[in-house]
Design a protein around this ligand. Structure first.
Ligand code: ZN
Length: 459
């Protein structure tokens, strides 16, 4: 007894007992496709355009480190292999979800925490049965097996799932699988407001936007009635505080960051990261109220596009203020071009110039030189008059050729550079605050991150 007492006194004296308690509230943020360049672009915009002296919230966290993202099959991972690494601590082949490279099912930390009595919530701005959230509950050899992915969610026992429409359904229309959700006691909402009145312990909210049923809407498009990631994060937090107030784990994915980066839409990426940062603020406010019991870890599954500040066109400068004149995403603009082509309306180059001035600030606020203007005009003619230009195919969309040219000009003049429309093997950031945060303060492999989270919980 005496020895124990002495030991305790000694430990308290050295401060070693501080933060010794395991965290009861864990927030795991994953910016899909959010490379170092993407965060730095958002921070440059925050500093030079918004005029803020303080860096964006995630950069204020006491731990700022980085991580490898390679998969078992490639130096360039996809979201399924990367999600599996971040959720389970196992490397796997691209395309595989919740299974190791030998197709043996591996368990996510969300399942381990669930078994330990934690309430579990998963939130995304993309489809909740897509790769990143799926890695926390599904075991499939191919990420496209959405119906099976959804079935694995149903048996997971998790308390909250939120995002755009699930794809285990037929074109977002309720089919068999949604009935299965309800049969197993998961009450499904189509609007955030409905959740407050639900009595069920397990709830879900699925709502796409007018541009895509599988996205909740880009921040830059400011779509009316669209769900936002911060609002979804708040709803998930409120539900977990209600049904599992003693301990819970939340994964929040900024899925739209990846979609905008695949599109090489620099303005949309920056606005999406600032929105992701607002979702982080929801967790940070919770942390301020429970600092000794909360852990927040932020990372990315991979870099998409190799975005950088600086372009061949702008040399030693960038003009991020121009993106404030961008009122629509490349996705929205491309859809609009397609609808225009379909309508066979007589639309002249002068009409298009007016539209570009109104929606992207071209010529009036965003300087577009003669050479760029004639390139745009040529592409306008081949797309809308000769109708012989080819679409640009990316993972989440096919872009109209004229839209591609327009956004190339936007990136060039704003000073935003891109490597490709695909993922890259670049390192990604890791930020942490709260209980055990210092464990992340080194160069991490992505598989280390869930292992470290569990070691802190089990300390
Ligand atoms: Zn991607």
């Amino acid at each position: 007894m005496k020895l124990k007492h002495l030991l305790l006194t000694a430990l308290l004296g050295t401060g070693m007992m501080l933060n010794a308690a395991a965290p009861r509230y864990i927030f795991y943020f994953i910016g899909d496709g959010m490379g170092m360049g993407h965060v730095m672009a958002a921070q440059s915009y925050n500093r030079t355009v918004l005029g803020n002296n303080d860096p964006i919230l995630m950069m204020q966290f006491p731990v700022a480190a980085s991580a490898h993202t390679y998969s078992a099959s490639s130096p360039v991972t996809d979201s399924a292999a990367a999600g599996t690494a971040l959720a389970t601590g196992h490397k796997t082949k691209n395309g595989m979800l919740g299974m190791d490279a030998d197709t043996i099912a591996v368990q996510s930390i969300a399942k381990d925490l669930k078994a330990d009595g934690f309430g579990i919530g998963l939130v995304t701005s993309g489809a909740p049965d897509d790769a990143t959230p799926g890695a926390f509950y599904a075991h499939v050899p191919n990420r496209g097996l959405w119906y099976d992915v959804c079935k694995d969610y149903i048996t997971s026992g998790y308390e909250f799932l939120g995002g755009a429409n699930i794809r285990g359904t037929n074109d977002g229309q309720p089919t068999e699988i949604l009935k299965e959700f309800e049969k197993k006691g998961i009450k499904v909402a189509t609007e955030l407001d409905q959740l407050k009145n639900f009595k069920s312990k397990r709830v879900a909210v699925f709502k796409g936007c007018e541009i895509s049923p599988y996205e909740i809407g880009y921040t830059i498009d400011s779509l009316e009635n669209a769900m936002t990631l911060p609002a979804l994060t708040e709803a998930c937090l409120a539900h977990l505080e209600k049904v599992s107030p003693k301990k819970f784990f939340m994964m929040v994915e900024g899925g739209n960051i990846d979609h905008a980066a695949h599109a090489n839409d620099g303005g949309a990426v920056i606005k999406e990261i600032l929105n992701f940062n607002q979702a982080i603020k929801v967790a940070y406010d919770f942390y301020l109220a429970h600092p000794d019991e909360t852990m927040i870890v932020i990372t990315a599954d991979h870099d998409t596009g190799g975005m950088a500040i600086g372009s061949k066109f702008t040399g030693y400068n960038a003009y991020l203020q121009y993106i404030d004149h961008q009122k629509m995403s490349k996705d929205a603009f491309s859809d609009w071009c397609r609808a225009l082509l379909k309508s066979r309306r007589n639309y002249t180059w002068e009409d298009m110039k007016e539209f570009l001035t109104e929606n992207l600030g071209f010529w009036k606020y965003v300087p577009v030189n003669e050479e760029q203007t004639s390139k745009l005009q040529n592409m306008f003619e081949s797309t809308f008059e000769l109708r012989n230009s080819a679409d640009q195919k990316t993972l989440y969309n096919n872009f109209n050729a004229f839209a591609v040219e327009v956004f190339n000009v936007m990136n060039d003049v704003a000073g935003i550079g891109w490597i490709s429309n695909n993922h890259t093997g670049n390192e990604v950031p890791v930020y942490a605050i709260g209980v055990g945060a210092d464990k992340f303060a080194s160069f991490n492999n992505n598989t280390d991150i869930p292992v470290k989270i569990m070691s802190i919980v089990k300390q």
